[in-house]
Design a protein around this ligand. Structure first.
Ligand code: F6R
Length: 364
């Protein structure tokens, strides 16, 4: 049941800390600060190339995974939504590997991508939440997200659990390919181990996010912006808002604003920015300043280090617990999902069962 929560989605949002803890404990050792992966269907040290494919939010988790894996393991990654991959018939590298990401493990397009990849000689690893699913059975190996059943149609805890598994894989691949020192590995796993506690602290900012939601709920269109691994989180924020509140939203790479979307910016369009401190902070901030100069109302998620500079021009700044740049995408996913939830509640939509959508899309 829903317990004391109004919706399954609210309950599942509040399970983020527990699910992240359970999932991370599965793949990393808190004592040695090492990633411990089960036997994989491919040797990451020998892979020439990796393909990531999935649908919807699971694909967006895969996109974050691409930034991490390319960055930490220097392994080239292609990422494509499964509905495109299956008909694009891409040339696949000999001896290549693939990762499919899915909560249900039953999504028709992702299953079709699985067949195509295996027929093309790729060794396929599935990151799935349902151990007995078709995807877990038919791939060459599976890593489980430990999210428990997800009832709300919009993915929440399963998404952050997918990120947690992909983060562990990126570290493991980095070590296998000799791109990461033991020291780097320790620093990154330490950052991941702090994620569940930080997630709990973010959920305590609920009232602040509800205030932000009251502003967003009045809008007809909303822009979500981020750079680097926060760009897929901007896409996730926009997807979730569209899906459950029916407000039109677009996620953009912040650097793309001046190539078109900035034409939309005026005082009626809230611009939700994912702008943690770190290597891309200054670049993202200057894109936000350009939007603010055109009347855009900037609503920024950042941390204590980023907040003072953003407060100079942003309408609202929500300060999240400080995390190293590596963990920031996981932490920023939580408030954008929470924001979508509160907007939907304010609009009175059917949060757990949005119109026209099904939890598991088993037809093409
Ligand atoms: C969005 C959402 C969907 C799913 C997509 C894939 O909130 O839930 O976009 O992520 O339908 O489903 P799975 O992960 O079951 O393959």
């Amino acid at each position: 049941g829903k317990g004391n929560y109004r919706h399954f989605m609210e309950k599942e949002l509040h399970e983020h800390p527990a699910v992240l803890g359970d999932t991370l404990r599965q793949y990393l050792d808190p004592k040695t600060l090492e990633v411990r992966l089960p036997r994989l269907p491919f040797d990451p040290a020998r892979l020439p190339r990796l393909t990531i494919s999935a649908c919807g939010s699971a694909f967006l988790a895969g996109l974050v995974g691409r930034y991490w894996i390319e960055g930490l393991a220097r392994l080239p990654v292609d990422a494509d939504v499964a509905s495109e991959l299956r008909y694009r018939d891409p040339p696949l590298a000999e001896g290549g590997g693939a990762i499919l990401v899915s909560q249900s493990g039953e999504t028709a397009d992702t299953m079709a991508a699985l067949q195509l990849l295996r027929a093309g000689g790729q060794r396929v690893l599935a990151v799935v939440n349902v151990p007995e699913s078709s995807m877990a059975r038919e791939s060459d190996g599976a890593l489980l997200t430990v999210a428990g059943p997800e009832i709300g149609v919009a993915s929440t805890k399963a998404f952050t659990a997918q990120l947690a598994v992909l983060a562990c894989l990126a570290i493991g691949f980095g070590r296998a390919r000799r791109e990461l020192s033991t020291l780097d590995e320790g620093r990154l796993t330490q950052a991941l181990l702090e994620v569940p506690g930080n997630a709990a602290a973010i959920l305590e900012r609920d009232a602040e996010i509800r205030e932000l939601a009251a502003e967003v709920a009045k809008a007809r269109d909303v822009l979500f912006l981020g750079r680097g691994p926060l760009y897929p989180i901007a896409l996730e924020g926009a997807l979730k808002l569209k899906e459950i509140s029916y407000i039109h939203a677009e996620g953009y790479a912040a650097g793309e604003m001046k190539h078109g979307p900035i034409a939309l910016v005026d005082s009626d369009v809230p611009v939700v920015a994912l702008c943690p401190s770190g290597p891309l902070f200054e670049k993202t901030m200057s894109n936000l300043q350009e939007a603010a100069a055109r009347g855009g109302r900037i609503m920024a998620f950042t941390d204590a280090e980023g907040a003072p500079a953003l407060r100079r021009f942003a309408e609202r700044v929500v300060e999240l617990p400080h995390a190293c740049a590596f963990a920031a995408p996981i932490l920023h996913a939580i408030p954008v999902q929470l924001l979508a939830y509160h907007v939907a509640v304010l609009k009175g939509t059917d949060v757990d069962q949005p119109r026209n959508l099904a939890k598991s899309v088993t037809v093409e």
